[in-house]
Design a protein around this ligand. Structure first.
Ligand code: COD
Ligand code: ZN
Length: 362
């Protein structure tokens, strides 16, 4: 099967043939239909997130079930499925509390740690996969716990977005922020994930919803998806602007880029007694400063990993919001591309030309 691989010493993906080993008891073979390009893939390409190479990127995929391991019970042949970044073991304390994003044994379903390796090049090299998914390939082998079945009428290129951009952005608002009608929200970074934070804030009834970005095109998109005001951080001090617009700060400030400086901005934008959320992922050893004054002001900082999602609960809810016309998935896809155009897709994402580009397999 053809796949786009990230190799040592290169920041471009190469199209190669891979083979997977026989299905383990709880594994499922999925024919990939679509896989979105996310900034977190770019973080691996540019080395901010280190992953063993050769590495198969792509963690926002949808496809059709093509074969089943002997013990699989939760999906059936022909089912349309979305991949989950979050695959808790199901038995640690955190999973049992309903927080699989905080699972203490995430290797339980991890192919990369299985022996023998589940995926190899034709030359026999073991291939690691991003976030236990690895979607930039014609077929994926996944643990059944990492799949959510979706109705057949959800177009596959839109279904793919549910796997990362939607669960991460919408989950931050619903599951962690628990944003209420009438509360004020600021969103720093209006890319694929940030636009979903904005949509969820609109669905929750938040007002105002202030979008902050350095790109005029992203700010225009933010307005069309629910922002009520925009701040261009390329020409304005975003903290001053948000505090001015709200008379002293917002109830909820979301950082959706993954940079120390913008995490500090989010805390500065939160009103007294209110909350900032870091949704973007930074390098594990990155640091940022918390002014001591904020503790006196009762502010709090929340790390949000993957929207604290429970994929099997959340993804069907988001499908329903899409069906009712509340969650706009179509507007998120700026570009569809073939697997061998993937490097240009990542160039466009890095250049801020797209909300989401999606590889579509024929
Ligand atoms: N101020 C305001 N906006 C900025 C600034 C700045 N200084 N710099 C960049 N931006 C804007 C860009 O113009 C762009 O619109 C946006 O920030 C970033 O958007 P994308 O589309 O490039 O990135 P996304 O939305 O695909 O990626 C989102 C994260 C950065 C949050 C992502 O990489 C991440 O960290 N994901 C969530 C964490 C996680 O759980 N990851 C696991 C899988 S994603
Ligand atoms: Zn992602």
């Amino acid at each position: 099967m053809r796949a786009a691989l990230l190799r040592d010493g290169s920041d471009r993906l190469s199209i190669e043939d891979l083979e997977h080993s026989e299905l383990m008891a709880r594994e499922v073979l999925v024919r990939t239909a679509a896989c979105g390009l996310c900034h977190s893939d770019l973080h691996v390409i540019d080395g901010t997130l280190q992953r063993p190479r050769p590495h198969l990127l792509g963690h926002e995929a949808a496809g059709v079930v093509e074969a089943l391991g002997t013990d699989v019970t939760s999906v059936a042949m022909g089912d349309h499925v979305v991949t989950c970044l979050v695959q808790g073991c199901g038995s640690c304390r955190r999973c049992l509390q309903g927080q699989p994003t905080l699972c203490t044994d995430p290797a339980a379903t991890r192919r990369a740690s299985a022996l023998p390796p589940r995926l190899r090049t034709l030359g026999g090299e073991a291939v690691s996969v991003m976030a236990n998914v690895g979607g930039f390939t014609e077929q994926m082998v996944l643990d059944e716990r990492g799949l959510v079945v979706v109705p057949d009428d959800v177009p596959m290129d839109l279904a793919a977005l549910l796997g990362c951009a939607v669960v991460t952005g919408v989950g931050a608002v619903f599951n962690v922020g628990e944003v209420q009608a009438g509360e004020s929200v600021a969103v720093i970074g209006c890319g694929g994930v940030g636009l979903n934070v904005i949509q969820a804030a609109r669905i929750a009834g938040a007002s105002p919803i202030i979008a902050v970005d350095v790109s005029a095109a992203k700010l225009a998109m933010a307005l069309s998806l629910g922002a009520t005001a925009v701040v261009d951080a390329s020409s304005t001090d975003a903290v001053v602007a948000v505090r001015d617009l709200t008379g002293g700060g917002v109830d909820h400030a979301f950082e959706v880029i993954g940079r120390p400086a913008t995490a500090e901005q989010a805390l500065a934008m939160a009103a007294n007694g209110c909350r900032a959320y870091v949704v973007g992922v930074m390098a594990d050893d990155a640091t940022f400063t918390v002014r001591a004054e904020y503790t006196k002001r009762g502010k709090s900082l929340h790390g949000v990993y993957m929207g604290a999602t429970l994929p099997h609960v959340d993804i069907p809810r988001y499908v329903e919001l899409w069906r009712r016309g509340e969650l706009d998935l179509a507007a998120m896809v700026s570009r569809r591309l073939a697997l061998d155009e993937i490097n240009d897709g990542f160039r466009a994402l890095a250049a801020g030309e797209v909300n989401r580009a999606v590889v579509v397999f024929t």
